[in-house]
Design a protein around this ligand. Structure first.
Ligand SMILES: O=C(CO)COP(=O)(O)O
Length: 254
């Protein structure tokens, strides 16, 4: 379960940002990542409106495309929603589920997130499932318990290292410029891996990539990515600037 055994994944979550003009930035990323960056896998998660265009623009490159959310069902009368199968049909390989902004603004609970994760797997996508404590929960000394419970709620024996990543994103670190200490990140990631191991066994759990997210920037990426049990980053704001996103990927070099 040591850090460093999985290739790193740096995923950019654009959130509700981006119009077609952002395809220029994608072209810049493609050029910047040509030839690969230090064994690091790169993924761009644009809004659903751009997913097909971004996936097409990245075809044949070393960068993948992913969705930001999916509905649990394959199709049906769910106005405004997008299924995991639709995301796969766009040419995407991954989908984020259970981001704290979905939990907060759309009332998604652990059961809803687990259903979305199952949907991602049904569609052949890698689920990037997000967990993380609020500031109040951390201050009350409950961060580890809260996150362990969130992770356990997502797991069943269909979870593998190939079909699932877990992103630890402390809610208080998202978009604030604040980050936990490296020791806190390492402690949490180790606890997450132990929780996964309890369901799917230590060997498989070792291969589940654990991403850290929350105010990852070029300036702090190197030390965060070197922490024990950190297999990559889920990047918000800094993923909107090609040079910053590429700098974060380069910082994964051990
Ligand atoms: O929520 C995040 C990624 O999913 C993190 O966002 P920031 O990198 O902007 O803090």
């Amino acid at each position: 379960m040591a850090s460093g055994q999985n290739p790193k994944l740096v995923a950019g979550n654009w959130k509700m940002n981006g119009t077609r003009s952002f395809l220029d930035m994608v072209a810049e990323l493609r050029v910047g990542a040509a030839g690969g960056i230090a064994d690091t896998d790169l993924l761009v998660c644009p809004p659903a409106t751009l997913l097909a265009a971004v996936a097409t623009a990245l075809e044949g490159s070393s960068i993948g495309a992913g969705g930001q959310d999916c509905h649990a069902k394959e199709s049906g009368a769910f106005t405004g929603d997008v299924s995991a199968e639709m995301i796969a049909d766009c040419g995407a390989t991954h989908v984020i589920v259970g981001h704290s902004e979905r939990r907060q603004y759309h009332g998604e609970d652990d059961a809803a997130v687990a259903a979305k994760m199952q949907a991602a797997h049904r569609a052949g996508l890698v689920a990037i499932a997000c967990v993380g404590e609020t500031q109040d929960q951390r201050e009350a000394g409950k961060a580890l318990d809260v996150v362990r419970k969130q992770v356990a709620a997502l797991l069943d024996d269909s979870v593998t290292g190939a079909n699932t990543c877990i992103a630890y994103e402390p809610v208080w670190a998202i978009g604030t410029g604040l980050t936990p200490t490296v020791a806190d990140v390492a402690e949490m990631h180790t606890a997450i891996r132990e929780t996964i191991a309890a369901t799917i066994g230590a060997d498989e759990a070792a291969q589940v990539r654990l991403l850290y997210g929350g105010s990852v920037k070029p300036a702090n990426a190197r030390e965060l990515m070197a922490a024990t049990d950190v297999d990559g980053a889920l990047v918000g704001g800094a993923s909107l600037v090609a040079a910053d996103f590429l700098a974060i990927a380069r910082a994964c070099r051990a």
